[in-house]
Design a protein around this ligand. Structure first.
Ligand SMILES: NC(=O)c1ccc[n+]([C@@H]2O[C@H](COP(=O)([O-])OP(=O)(O)OC[C@H]3O[C@@H](n4cnc5c(N)ncnc54)[C@H](OP(=O)(O)O)[C@@H]3O)[C@@H](O)[C@H]2O)c1
Length: 341
C-alpha cells in the first residue's frame, strides 16, 4: 500500500481527487488534510471513501501535524488547499493560505523526499484582452493583467516562490493549471456559483467577455497521474472550452431550459454599478446583490489555454462542454437547497 497526502480534501476538487484515487492509483491510501474533522464527518460523500485517513490541520500557522508519524511513508503530495476569493478586501488570509501555505507544503515534500503536485490556476498565464489568445505551458505570467486581482496574484506568487524553494530544496514540483472547474459534486456551491445564480434567475445582466472551463471529472485523474508519471514536466495545462460569456450562458440555457439574461451591459456601466453597490454594501455592512467589481474586471477578459503535453502524458481528455453543463445543472437541481424541487 502506497501513501499520499492530499490537502484541500474537503473541497470540490479534493472530493473528485479522492473519489478518483482507487481507479487511477490503485493500492494507494490518501491522508486527507482537513482543518476540522467535524466538517469532514458531516459530508455524506466522505463516508464511502475506504482508502482515506484524516489528518487534522491547516496549511498556515504552526500546528504540529507535519510531524504526524502517519506521514512518514508518504511518497507524493497533492496540494489543493487554497482560498478562492475575488475581491480586493481582506486578502491577508488568502495570501497566507495560497502563498505561505504552498511553501510550507514544499518544505514538507523536502522533508518526506517526495514529489509535490500543486494545483494552481489558468489565470496565472492565460488571461487576455484578445479573444483569440492562448497560453501554453511555456507562456509568461500575465502579471500586469492580474495585478489587481488578488486571487490570481497570489497564485503567481505561489508558483514563483514554490518553484524557487523547490529548486533550492531539491523537490520535484509539478504545477497543474486548470481553468474554472465545473461538473457534479460542488457541495460547497462555490465553483458553480454563477450557474446557481443563473438557475435562480439572479443574474440581472451579462457583459462582453470570456469564460474558460473544464470538467472536474477529467481534471482529477490527470492531477493524480502527474504524481506518478516517471518524467513529469514542471507544468501541465488542462485545457477545455474557451468561449464568450454570452455563449456560455446560451449553452446553460440549452441544457437547463432557463432563459439567459437578455441584457448585455457595456462593461463601464456594469463596473460602475458593481463598484457603487459594493461600496454601499461595505458601509452598510450588507452583501452587495451584484458580484464584486473584480469579477466584472475578470469577466471582461478572455481566458485561453492550450496544452502541449497533458493529453499524451497525463491521459487528459476534455469531454464535451454540453455534457459538463448538463451534469452540473442536474446535480445542482438535485442538491442545492434553493434549486431542489
Ligand atoms: N474550482 C475551480 O474552478 C478552480 C479552478 C482553477 C484552480 N482551482 C484550484 O484548485 C484547488 C481546489 O479548488 P476547489 O474548487 O476544490 O476549492 P474549494 O472547494 O473552495 O476548496 C478549498 C479547499 O481548501 C481548503 N483550505 C482553505 N484554506 C485552508 C487552510 N488554511 N488550510 C488547509 N486547508 C485549507 C478548504 O478547507 P476547509 O473545508 O477547511 O475550508 C477546502 O478543502 C485550489 O487550489 C484552487 O485555487 C480551482
Amino acid at each position: 500500500m502506497r501513501d499520499i497526502l492530499v490537502t484541500g480534501a474537503t473541497g470540490f476538487l479534493g472530493r473528485h481527487v479522492l473519489e478518483a484515487l482507487p481507479s487511477v492509483l490503485p493500492e494507494t491510501r490518501a491522508h486527507a488534510l482537513v482543518r476540522r474533522r467535524a466538517d469532514w464527518n458531516r459530508q455524506k460523500w466522505t463516508g464511502a471513501l475506504q482508502h482515506v485517513e484524516v489528518i487534522e490541520g491547516g496549511v498556515t500557522g504552526s500546528e504540529g501535524w507535519t510531524g504526524d508519524r502517519r506521514l512518514q511513508n508518504v511518497t507524493g503530495i497533492v496540494h489543493l488547499a487554497a482560498t478562492v476569493q475575488h475581491s480586493r478586501r481582506n486578502t491577508a488570509e488568502m495570501y497566507d493560505t495560497n502563498v505561505d501555505g504552498t511553501l510550507r507544503l514544499v518544505r514538507l515534500a523536502a522533508q518526506l523526499k517526495c514529489r509535490m503536485v500543486f494545483v494552481s490556476s489558468s489565470g496565472t498565464v492565460g488571461c487576455f484582452e484578445d479573444p483569440l489568445a492562448k497560453a501554453d505551458e511555456d507562456s509568461p505570467y500575465v502579471e500586469r493583467t492580474v495585478a489587481r486581482w488578488p486571487y490570481y496574484d497570489s497564485k503567481i506568487k505561489a508558483e514563483r516562490q514554490a518553484r524557487a524553494l523547490a529548486a533550492q530544496l531539491g523537490v520535484q514540483l509539478v504545477i497543474v493549471r486548470p481553468p474554472m472547474l465545473l461538473g457534479p459534486g460542488d457541495h460547497r456551491f462555490r465553483s458553480t456559483g454563477n450557474i446557481i445564480k443563473f438557475l435562480r434567475g439572479q443574474l440581472p445582466f451579462l457583459i462582453d467577455g470570456g469564460v474558460s472551463f473544464i470538467d472536474i471529472r477529467d481534471a482529477a485523474p490527470a492531477i493524480l497521474r502527474a504524481l506518478d508519471h516517471p518524467a513529469a514536466r514542471p507544468v501541465y495545462h488542462l485545457d477545455g472550452t474557451d468561449c464568450t460569456v454570452v455563449e456560455f450562458f446560451e449553452l446553460c440555457r440549452q441544457v437547463s431550459g432557463v432563459a439567459a439574461p437578455a441584457k448585455v451591459l457595456p462593461y463601464d456601466l456594469a463596473w460602475q454599478l458593481a463598484t457603487a453597490s459594493e461600496t454601499a454594501g461595505h458601509v452598510l455592512k450588507r452583501k452587495s446583490p451584484l458580484p464584486d467589481p473584480v469579477v466584472f474586471e475578470m469577466a471582461r477578459h478572455y481566458w485561453g489555454l492550450t496544452s502541449l503535453h497533458s493529453q499524451r502524458e497525463l491521459g487528459y481528455v476534455s469531454r464535451q462542454p454540453r455534457q459538463t453543463l448538463a451534469d452540473t445543472v442536474a446535480w445542482l437541481r438535485a442538491n442545492h437547497p434553493q434549486l431542489r424541487k
